[in-house]
Ligand binder design. Structure first.
Ligand SMILES: [Zn+2]
Length: 319
C-alpha cells in the first residue's frame, strides 16, 4: 500500500491496525524488533495476539510497550492520526479538531496531544553554531491581557512585573538551520546569558539586539549587536530569521490555542519549533507530510508521560 500524502489518506491508511503496528515497529526498531526487557533480537511473533515473544527471556512484548502509547486505552490508529495532524497542520491543531477527526472525547484528545507534544520536544544536545553561520538570539512575549482573564486564573499564573500576564520565550536560530527555544520565567541577564551559553558553541557569531542581558557574551562569542537606529548598517547583522519564527508561532497561538497557560506554553513552542526544524531534510529538500510524520514517529518511541506530568497535578486519572 502506498504511503499516505494527505490527512484523508492517512486516516484511511492507519485505520488498519496491522499497518499501524508495522509502521511503529519499523521506525522504532530499524534493525528489527528488540526485546524491551533484555535487548535480545531473536523472537517469535504471535500473530493472533500481535505480540512478540523473546527467545532469550520468554517475555512477551507489543510494539506499544515502553513507548508513550503503552498504557493508553486509545488505539494506535487514533494516536497516529493525531500525530499526523499535530506535525502537519501549519498553525497547530486543537484538541477539539482532533477529537472530531478521530472520534474520541475532547479530554482524551487533549491528553493525546499533550503526550505527543512532550515526546516531540527537541531536547537536542547538539549546540547551535557548528555550521559556521551566525546564530540569531531574541526574546518575545507571549500571552493575553490580564484584565481579560478570570481572577482565579490570574492568581494561578502568579506572574510578576508589568509584563506579568505575559510569558517570555527565548529563541536561538542558526541562520539557514535549526531553531531552539526556551520558555523563561523572566527577561533577565542571568537567565538569557546562561541559555545562550548552554545552547550555542563557543566561538560562534551571535547576533542580538541591544538588550543589556546580552552584554557580556563577547568573552565566549563573536557578539554583534543590531543598532535599530542605524537601520542595519551592516546588512548581515540582523535577527530577521528568528523574528519570522516568532510570527509563525504567534499566528499559531492566536488562531488555534485560545488560552495557553504559561505552564503549557513550552510544549506549543516546541511543536512549532519541530515543524520549523523539519520543513526540509539535511540536503535542503522540502519534506512532505508523510515524511515529516515518519520522522516524528521515529523520534517518539521510548518516551512516556503520566497525566500528573502533563498537568502538574497529581492524583487525577487520564480518562
Ligand atoms: Zn527478552
Amino acid at each position: 500500500m502506498e504511503q499516505p500524502k494527505t490527512l484523508q489518506e492517512a486516516i484511511r491508511h492507519y485505520s488498519d491496525e496491522q499497518i499501524c503496528i508495522d509502521t511503529v515497529a519499523r521506525l522504532r526498531w530499524p534493525n528489527g524488533p528488540e526485546c524491551p526487557a533484555c535487548g535480545h533480537k531473536e523472537h517469535y511473533y504471535l500473530a493472533t495476539q500481535k505480540r512478540w515473544k523473546c527467545k532469550e527471556c520468554y517475555k512477551q512484548f507489543t510494539v506499544k510497550l515502553g513507548t508513550i502509547f503503552e498504557d493508553s486505552p486509545i488505539k494506535l490508529d487514533k494516536w497516529l492520526t493525531a500525530l499526523w495532524m499535530l506535525v502537519n497542520c501549519k498553525n497547530g491543531v486543537s484538541s477539539y479538531e482532533v477529537a472530531k477527526a478521530i472520534g474520541i472525547t475532547q479530554k482524551s484528545a487533549w491528553f493525546v496531544l499533550h503526550r505527543l507534544r512532550f515526546a516531540l520536544q527537541t531536547g537536542s544536545i547538539v549546540k547551535l553554531g557548528g555550521g559556521g553561520a551566525p546564530v540569531e538570539v531574541d526574546e518575545t512575549f507571549v500571552g493575553g491581557k490580564a484584565r481579560n482573564m478570570h481572577k482565579s486564573r490570574r492568581l494561578r499564573m502568579k506572574v510578576r512585573e508589568h509584563n506579568w500576564s505575559k510569558t517570555v520565550v527565548m529563541g536561538m536560530l542558526e541562520r539557514g538551520g535549526q531553531v531552539k527555544t526556551a520558555v523563561i520565567p523572566e527577561r533577565r541577564k542571568v537567565i538569557v546569558d546562561k541559555i545562550v551559553r548552554e545552547n550555542i558553541l563557543p566561538g560562534a557569531e551571535v547576533h542580538t539586539d541591544e538588550f543589556v542581558g546580552y552584554q557580556g557574551l563577547s568573552d565566549e562569542f563573536t557578539h554583534k549587536v543590531i543598532n535599530h537606529l542605524e537601520h542595519y548598517v551592516d546588512g548581515k547583522v540582523h535577527t530577521q530569521g528568528i523574528e519570522n519564527f516568532w510570527s509563525l508561532l504567534k499566528r499559531g497561538l492566536s488562531g488555534t490555542y485560545v488560552a495557553v497557560e504559561p505552564f503549557h506554553l513550552f510544549r506549543y513552542v516546541d511543536e512549532q519549533a519541530f515543524r520549523y526544524n523539519h520543513r526540509k531534510d539535511e540536503a535542503g529538500n522540502k519534506l512532505d507530510d508523510g515524511q515529516r510524520f515518519e520522522l516524528a514517529l521515529s523520534q517518539i518511541a521510548g518516551k512516556r508521560l503520566t497525566f500528573a506530568e502533563v498537568t502538574g497535578k497529581v492524583g487525577e486519572s487520564a480518562f
